[in-house]
Design a protein around this ligand. Structure first.
Ligand SMILES: CC(C)(COP(=O)(O)OP(=O)(O)OC[C@H]1O[C@@H](n2cnc3c(N)ncnc32)[C@H](O)[C@@H]1OP(=O)(O)O)[C@@H](O)C(=O)NCCC(=O)NCCS
Length: 287
């Protein structure tokens, strides 16, 4: 029997690190077979099966890291060992904790470009995160791409995006996209929400590393909503946005994690599976 203390809601209210922002750069990670075998023992079987079906290495890696981040976060705020934490997905596919007692533990993962990010809090009503690589590799002219994407943003948002150089436009496009996704991921409205009902008003035109911009405002159906959005750059090419509803919206910067922080303290859920992990090394890389 494991003697880890069961969750105590009152304790969590005072835990300083329950409000976290983590980032993992998968470009810097070159897993060995041994490391990968260890990682895979810390995820649930259905996730192992899902991740194993990815065609590309990058998708395998980022989904895996996201699952490990979730487990580390929940383990830290509950004091439960890795193998006593169980996730399920809600009807829209959003990972949540199985135990109804833990529903106040909010976390969300995003992966795109070189990064996987997690935002977590035990004090918010809702939380969503999104990360975007600020690049355009579509092949078409940028104006043609924007024409196709027309219905993703309001005319006010397009005005903010469509200014200055192409580089600026791509950055603004990514920022707006991130903001919308972070909100959609927090509210769980999924694809049912008409994105044109949301209008983001960005005041500070540039983002920085190590500094959080929090004065972006969202209007839904013309009404300003009582949400806070925190945006920052993870590096020169990646922006992240966190959407938050609730009272404790204190500014927390993203911290880059190393693989050992994700698997160092784990207790395995699954047996080691070397054959499964060998398939990772046979997968194609996107780039
Ligand atoms: C489901 C959805 C929210 C996922 O977002 P995404 O940008 O494709 O992917 P992200 O990397 O940001 O997030 C993926 C992670 O979010 C989590 N997630 C999955 N479904 C989710 C949901 N419905 N809500 C919140 N989080 C979800 C999972 O941890 C997932 O990781 P996994 O794929 O390894 O399981 C998205 O596809 C969606 O429905 N978007 C609709 C809104 C839209 O069209 N936005 C355009 C922006 S302008």
């Amino acid at each position: 029997m494991h003697l880890a203390p069961r969750f105590n809601h009152k304790c969590l209210q005072t835990m300083a690190d329950s409000n976290v922002r983590w980032a993992f750069n998968t470009r810097k990670w070159f897993p060995t077979l041994e490391e990968l075998v260890k990682c895979i023992t810390y995820i649930q079987l259905e996730e192992k099966n899902r991740i194993g079906r990815f065609f590309f290495r990058e998708d395998f890696e980022s989904s895996l890291i996201g699952r490990l981040m979730m487990r580390k976060y929940v383990s830290e705020v509950t004091n439960l060992p890795y193998n006593e934490i169980f996730f399920k997905r809600d009807e829209r596919g959003k990972p949540i904790l199985e135990d109804p007692m833990f529903q106040h533990i909010k976390f969300n993962v995003s992966h795109q470009g070189d990064y996987v990010v997690l935002a977590g809090s035990t004090e918010l009503e809702a939380l969503g995160v999104d990360v975007m690589k600020m690049e355009y590799k579509g092949g078409k002219e940028l104006s043609e791409f924007f024409r196709i994407m027309n219905r993703q943003f309001t005319s006010n948002e397009w005005q903010t995006i469509n200014q200055g150089t192409d580089e600026y436009k791509i950055k603004m496009f990514a920022r707006h996209w991130c903001l919308k996704e972070s909100y959609v991921k927090a509210t769980g409205v999924g694809l049912n929400l008409n994105l044109l009902r949301m209008n983001f008003e960005i005041k500070q035109k540039t983002l920085c590393r190590n500094e959080i911009v929090n004065d972006t405002v969202l209007y839904v159906d013309g009404e300003k909503v009582n949400w806070e959005f925190h945006e920052m750059l993870l590096d020169d090419n990646h922006c992240a946005a966190v959407a938050m509803a609730g009272s404790n919206t204190s500014k927390v910067k993203f911290r880059e994690l190393e693989i050992d922080e994700l698997i160092g303290n784990g207790l395995p859920l699954l047996h080691e599976d070397i054959d499964y992990c060998k398939t990772y090394f046979e997968k194609k890389k996107k780039s």
